[in-house]
Structure formats: structure tokens, C-alpha cells
Design a protein around this ligand. Structure first.
Ligand SMILES: Nc1ncnc2c1ncn2[C@@H]1O[C@H](COP(=O)(O)OP(=O)(O)OP(=O)(O)O)[C@@H](O)[C@H]1O
Ligand SMILES: [Mg+2]
Length: 312
């Protein structure tokens, strides 16, 4: 346990926080390893920003133990701030400065800044280095936000909804920037409302609901997702019915589905029958529960029973 602890970039135990009568965090435990991309997912008001701001040293906790890069953010906020980078949801950068001037200005706040040219390379803004900030596109401005967060060459970055409001290609570009950070050995903590973003970027993620973590793990296996039933769907020509042993259920005229954990075997049985009967399985496909299915199951009222299978 000790060696595990020492490689943790972030370690949180029993974290609680209230705002007046609002219990925002009801006992959160979290362990984020160095070099990991970790995503916090959860509905509005779940407590994500509260967690992140406590980790950044911007908010005080009521109860619990918190260590960020070995530092207690309550006790040594300044020591922590020079070692982390923060991308806020919206930033107020001086719009008439150039890209390079902006990054240089932020670099000057840190004892060991990363060279400006290097930072612009990392976020893909070299070609825009002398452009005024106000002329950047939304996606380029977000890259500049990341560049600013990198100014002090931090080991740990917090990104609050890094791609909200972006078009699909701008989102992809920011994703690549974030993957780039990981290849430099940085630890990244991000909040997002996008399942595909968490799926693509996160090594591990936590789903927060009502001030508690309701699931934590790798995107592929979260909450037993990989062990949940898959659905095989197909349609049959007029007048053809599937033999009983396939266990297919009719869902609409000519449309059938088989719920299964044995996808390979059931597909084999199904296609063997179809080949020997000379039947075409129209629209044959396999659907598995998505991260979104799991998320909705865990965060929607009435969908809380974890053992229940998620139907897609
Ligand atoms: N400064 C504050 N004063 C009072 N209540 C607050 C304050 N900040 C947050 N809260 C409350 O704490 C709870 C958690 O809020 P928080 O901002 O952490 O949620 P979130 O998960 O970041 O939500 P979102 O997805 O909307 O950003 C909410 O009920 C919110 O109303
Ligand atoms: Mg928030």
C-alpha cells in the first residue's frame, strides 16, 4: 500500500464539503496515479468542480485527507500552485496580445518555465505565434488555454470541460493535445459531460452523483460493462422465422434480437442456421452497452440498482 501511495499524484480520503445546507461532497475517496489521464463525469451539480477546486487549493474542505503531489492544498496553496496547471472553463486572456506574448507573460510567474517555443509546439500553435489572441478560432483559443496551463511546466494539469462548445474537429484536435501531454509524463485530471471524450482520453474515470463516487474504473470495464448482456439484432425475410434454439425475440415485424453474454457462440449458431437455410440476415449487428448506458443507469433516478443489466 505504501509504494502504491507514493506513486499517486492525487490521494483523497473521506472528502466532505458543504455550502450552507447543501451537502456538496459526502465522503469521496480517490486515488489518481502519476501519468494517468483521469476523468470526472457526472450530472450538473454532482460535485465535480467542488472536488477539482479543492484539489487545486481554491476551496477549503470540511473533512478528509487530501494530498496533491504530496502537498496538502489547504496548508501550502502557493507551493502547490507553481506545480500545477489549470484550464478553467472560461478564461479571460488579454485579447490584444499575441499568442507568444501571452504565453511569455504567464511563464514569467514561474521559477522554471518551459520555453515558449516548445509550449507552442506542444499545443500546435507555432504558426499562430504572432497572431493576436482575438483572431484565434475557438479551438485555437482553447489550445492557448492549455499552453498557458503549461507555462510553468507543471507535472499535473486540471482541465475543466476542455472541449465544451467545440465543433467535432476542434474537439479532436484538443484531444490530441491532451494525449500529447500524457506522452510527456504529465498527469491530467479532466471533467467532462461527453462520454466519447472520457472513452477516448481517460485511462480511468469516476462517475460522481450527488456528492459521491458511484462508479470508478477503466472506461471499457466500468461497472461491469464488459460483462453485461450484448444484443444481437437482425431482420428476416417475409415468412421466415428463427428456430427456437436461437432464443430470438421478435421486436417488430421481421425484426428479432438475442440477448447474450456469449456473442461468438450465438452469432455462430445464428449464422450457421442462416447459411444452411439459405436465409439472409438483414441488418445483422451486435450492440453492447455503451459508457453512456452505464452512466445513465448510475446517475438517473430509479436506475440505481447496480446489479441490474443495462439494456441498450
Ligand atoms: N459557491 C457555492 N455556494 C453554494 N453552493 C454551491 C457553491 N458551489 C457549488 N455549490 C453547490 O454544490 C453542489 C455541487 O456543485 P459543483 O459545482 O461542484 O457541481 P458540478 O458537478 O461541477 O456541476 P456542473 O456539471 O454543472 O459543472 C451543487 O449543488 C451546487 O449548487
Ligand atoms: Mg462544474
Amino acid at each position: 500500500m505504501d509504494s502504491h501511495y507514493s506513486s499517486a499524484a492525487i490521494s483523497v480520503r473521506g472528502l466532505k464539503k458543504s455550502y450552507g445546507n447543501t451537502l456538496a461532497l459526502r465522503g469521496v475517496d480517490l486515488e489518481i496515479q502519476q501519468g494517468e489521464i483521469f476523468a470526472l463525469l457526472g450530472p450538473n451539480g454532482a460535485g465535480k468542480t467542488t472536488i477539482v477546486e479543492i484539489l487545486e487549493g481554491f476551496r477549503h474542505r470540511d473533512e478528509g485527507d487530501v494530498a496533491v503531489l504530496g502537498i496538502d492544498p489547504n496548508r501550502q496553496p502557493m507551493a502547490l500552485k507553481i506545480r500545477i496547471g489549470i484550464v478553467l472553463q472560461s478564461t479571460g486572456v488579454e485579447r490584444y496580445l499575441s499568442v507568444a506574448e501571452t504565453v511569455k507573460m504567464y511563464s514569467s510567474y514561474y521559477p522554471h518555465p518551459r520555453p515558449v517555443g516548445e509550449i507552442l509546439g506542444l499545443v500546435g500553435l507555432e504558426a499562430k505565434r504572432d497572431e493576436r489572441v482575438l483572431r484565434l478560432s475557438g479551438g485555437q483559443q482553447r489550445r492557448l488555454d492549455v499552453a498557458i496551463a503549461l507555462a510553468g511546466d507543471p507535472d499535473l494539469l486540471f482541465l475543466d470541460e476542455p472541449t465544451t462548445g467545440f465543433d467535432p474537429s476542434a474537439r479532436r484536435e484538443v484531444w490530441e493535445v491532451i494525449k500529447n501531454l500524457q506522452s510527456l509524463g504529465k498527469t491530467v485530471v479532466l471533467t467532462t459531460h461527453f462520454m466519447d471524450e472520457a472513452q477516448y482520453l481517460a485511462d480511468r474515470l469516476a462517475i460522481i452523483a450527488n456528492g459521491k463516487i458511484v462508479a470508478e474504473g477503466e472506461p471499457e470495464t466500468l461497472a461491469g460493462r464488459d460483462r453485461m448482456l450484448a444484443t444481437v439484432r437482425f431482420s428476416l425475410p417475409d415468412g421466415v422465422v428463427p428456430p427456437l434454439h436461437l432464443g430470438a425475440r421478435m421486436t417488430a415485424a421481421h425484426a428479432y434480437e438475442v440477448k447474450t453474454t456469449l456473442v461468438t457462440k450465438d452469432l455462430f449458431d445464428l449464422t450457421s442456421w442462416a447459411m444452411s437455410a439459405g436465409v439472409d440476415l438483414e441488418d445483422l449487428r451486435v450492440d453492447r452497452p455503451t459508457l453512456e448506458d452505464v452512466y445513465l443507469e448510475l446517475t438517473t433516478e430509479g436506475g440505481a440498482s447496480k446489479s441490474k443489466e443495462v439494456e441498450s
